[in-house]
Ligand binder design. Sequence first.
Ligand code: CA
Length: 472
Amino acid sequence: MINSSFLMLPFILFACTLTAQSDKKPNVIYILADDLGYKDVGFNGCEDIATPNIDRIADNGVKFTNGYVSYPVCGPSRAGLITGRYQDRFGFSKNPLFAPNDPNMGLPLSEQTIPAYLKQSGYRSLAVGKWHFGAHPVFHPLNRGFDEFFGFLGGGHRYFPEDWTVKNIEEAKKKTSEYRTRLLHNHTRIDETEYLTDALSRETVSFIDRNADKPFFIYLAYNAPHLPLQATKKYLKRYAHIKNKKRRTYAAMISAVDDGVGLVLDKLAEKGISENTIVVFMSDNGGPEHKNASENDPLREGKGSLNEGGVRVPFAMQWPREIKAGMVYEKPVISFDIFGSIIGNISPEIPTKNQIDGVDLIPFLTGEISGKPHGRLFWRKYIQEGTGMRSGKHKLVIQGSQNALYDLENDISETRNIKNKNPEKYNELLTEWKKWQSELKEPVFLGLMEKEIYNKKHPDRFEFKESENDKE
Ligand code: CA
């Protein structure tokens, strides 16, 4: 008779291999806030808004003080982070229009998203909240690598269910309607009854509950605290002491996001998977201070600008298995480094479809590598001919009447133009920027700021009327 434990041996070996491999497949939760100011989180020194749960991410891991996005408004910034590379490489150079009939208005199909990449490695994935990568069916989240979707396809949304009066996308005849569509669960329009931010958090927690036993990727894209400023009493009453009504509502909206982040972190702990889950929190661009009463102090300007207030954002990451708690990392990093970090830390390693600009940050955080993740970072605003570049302590900004070189180490607020004193450095950066620009593609669609031209060209499509002043 054959010894039964001998028979078991291959199974045990197989099981061990499986365990070892799954250990090398961290879960990833990419949490985005929308238009959140640099200073408006506790870990960056906010005093009047409490973000205890968002701060847990920084406390459990690392806070990036020089964390950037690749564009100062929503769409292009998100295109960079979800593909791991400069969005201008594939022509996503503007905020897209909401055009459900246009198969070219969205994230080009040539591009591989993080979830499409991870699918090859056995991951399940969820997109929650704001999509903004195109409203035509070819761009639907389930066609771009995600297994599940809960949210809305446009660039923003109203927060109260009673405002979601557009039943189907066919009824969305005006630009405003983009903000009023019923929510989608995968391809189905649903009747949701909760405050939007709470619904997005609930669905994320439910997905973790159902998928804790396999590697997963979650793209949790809150649209808060983007306009319109709308919050429920539950959150507003926490900030009764803030006199400025705009700031009070903004604070309440962030509080809802913070509660959601808390529920997500608690669920990871309950399932025993916190240790091997990468959780990232960041904003997609700087705060538009005059619109939503956000604060980017001490950074100059905000959303839309290539000054620091537009592109340097609150940014924290935890991965208890690899990153020490309570770290502060000061060298420049950028949103698409998250894709770079994923590639460097799943096993077996799989090549990406396109060349990635993101860098694996983990060896830099563990001290295995002591240099800088990026020698230089670049920004281009195509329509406005905006030029931005960071190289070491230097920052080049050419936009509007500003043509400047700054020393961020000694002048974080970009108040002193040192271009004339340092013409060589200025020229060196500008030459490098031009070289980078030569690798880029022309824009592949007309953007939000060109809607009149678009309407003339495509009279059969949507009439984009001026709306509630809650867009770009
Ligand atoms: Ca935004």
